[in-house]
Design a protein around this ligand. Sequence first.
Ligand code: GLA
Length: 438
Amino acid sequence: MGAVRWPRESEQFNVIRRKVAEMSGRDITDVRVVVSPYRICPLGAHIDHQGGIVSAMTIDKGILLGFVPSDDSQVLLQSGQFQGEVKFSVDEEPIPGKAAKQNGSNHLKGSFSTQEECSWGNYARGALYALKKRGNNIKQGIIGYICGAEGLDSSGLSSSAAVGVAYLLAFESANDLIVSPTENIEYDRLIENEYLGLKNGILDQSAILLSSYGCLTCMNCKTKEHNLIRGPELNSHTSNENNSPFKILLAFSGLKQNLISNPGYNSRVAECREAAKILLQACGNEELEPILSNVEPEVYKEHKCKLDPNLARRAEHYFSENNRVLKGLEAWACGNLDEFGKLISASGLSSIQNYESGCEPLIQLYKILLEAPGVYGARFSGAGFRGCCIAFVEAERASDASSYIKMQYSQVQPELAKQMDEDGLVLVCDAGDCARVI
Ligand code: GLA
């Protein structure tokens, strides 16, 4: 399989190293860089928080965090996207709940009031909170510069988990801690669920920490068991440089909003739990945690009539999505991208009809993607309340698909499309690798 070129060959990689050398007065060769890729979830949307089985992979774009250990307890951070400087000491005890999940555009460079607290630093504080909560001894701060891919924050590619993981890996490296991916999955859960208050599952950080180029990551969010499934046989007739038969296409809606300021995410989680509670009561298992993975499919079939229509739709999404994931893993392992793609599109439809997580522009974009040349399948990325849609597309038809999508979306959403750089409306990516420190 072809090598993943990002980030070593990117200009950004060297800019970050120079920047940290300047900030710290150290030599550029002392600067370490955390590579924390964005993730996609072809199948398994919105079932991670219910203990479902999900599939994921990373792309060849993401967060880079250049850093050096500060040689004392001080943390000093700057960002390529956000204004202001974040300063704190690792001796502080970060208090959960005070921070809101912030990665939105309101604090982008140019619109940030220097009087405001630099809320983008909450992820670094959250990482410190998680590491300390699990008993790690953090004495060493970092001097760092963090940068995301231009225009990709709050796009449903999980930039927030990528940022959380980046800070965890930097603190661990600076403090000579050896931490397994499984432990880091839990630490990132503490950042998101406890420190920032989002009731999400472990899909995002599992994908970022476990993925391997050329494989689909499968995660059982209840048992925490995972495996990597090798992808379709590479076709030697394809002409793209990575020699992969497919590309991952990202089509942006122009809508950005972080998940905490949109109450949709947490309220859907609460609805799933309510449905689980009713179904568990119906079969005399009310002592179990009310999550849908604790409900047997037969119990769901027998008692779904007891759910009100909204709750019934959420449960239907959960059970049907779990089945799609299982079928999708098989299709992927057999190299059947047509079948894999159909399941992705069916998952997208269930998100619209059963989970009701889309919004008009994203639904329009989803439909356009389904019609685009060479597309195997498409769905919303991330929570689906804003951001982008992803598609798996035949490698050789990716550029035709991009042109088609740009043209069609500009017609149905001229205002949103105009806000985006024409080149930024659709991005064609390759699969990526797991997070690591270079
Ligand atoms: C967000 C959450 C994840 C997952 C997805 C939807 O990215 O952070 O935990 O629920 O939405 O699949």
